[in-house]
Design a binder for this molecule. Sequence first.
Ligand SMILES: [Fe+2]
Ligand SMILES: [Fe+2]
Length: 286
Amino acid sequence: MQISVKERLESIINNLDQLPSIPEVVGKVINMVNDPNVDFRMVAQEISRDQAITTNLLKLCNSAYFSKGKEITTLDRAIVTLGIKEVKDAVMVVATKAVLNRAILGYDLARGMLWEHDLAVAVMSKNIAMMKKDRAIADLVFTGGIIHDVGKTVLALFVQSAFKEILAKVESSGVSFQQAEREVMGYDHQEVGERILAKWKFPQVLKDIVRYHHEPDNAPEEQRKIVSYVHVANSVCLMAGVGIGSDGLYHELSEKAIKRIGITDEELNQLYSDIPDVLRQVKGLS
Ligand SMILES: [Fe+2]
Ligand SMILES: [Fe+2]
């Protein structure tokens, strides 16, 4: 069975058509906003090519999370009022919902639970970046937070059939769930996620967030800090039970990541106390 799971997975992962899709405009917008010399009007023009995204985006820009109290009725207005990076984050929420807001069977996540977890990790990653006055990357960690577990949407069915074996490995050899996942199936959800992002033509920094969110200390040095924000937010959310599934008990919080960002014990405790507030913010997003 092992071999056939690995083979089936291999063929899915190497066949781009079988990996989840999002509207093409999203990859373009993400890359445009990642460029410091971006032209705002070009971004608005690009988004406006997709009518469904535009309609949902304007609705989201007026939601409790993004709104600054002024009614927003056009894309230009949205960019002027909220800023280009906020609008890009809102595009991400709108565009990935169809992929992430579904039941993730193998991981024991009912419909909506992965979506809630992803949004909570996004919001918390951004909150930590703001708390540590790292504003310039707040939007990036938000975007990375939303998609960090996207690989689970593809691996879910395979995990379901290999679950007993994965769990046995975790229990007998004390490895993490992700490592057991990789040993039994040949892939873990981080690697599958990275492939999905390659299909979506997302920038390298987001691929690194997805690839290393469980092991930030192994990320390329220049991205290690950014990855650490999402890692800490993910671990805190899981430990607080937000989106906890079959793998929830088997994850780690890297001490080095905590130090790298400069989070004190007090601040870490505060992050746990902030969970109800984060969940309120998430409600304002979905
Ligand atoms: Fe994960
Ligand atoms: Fe996660």
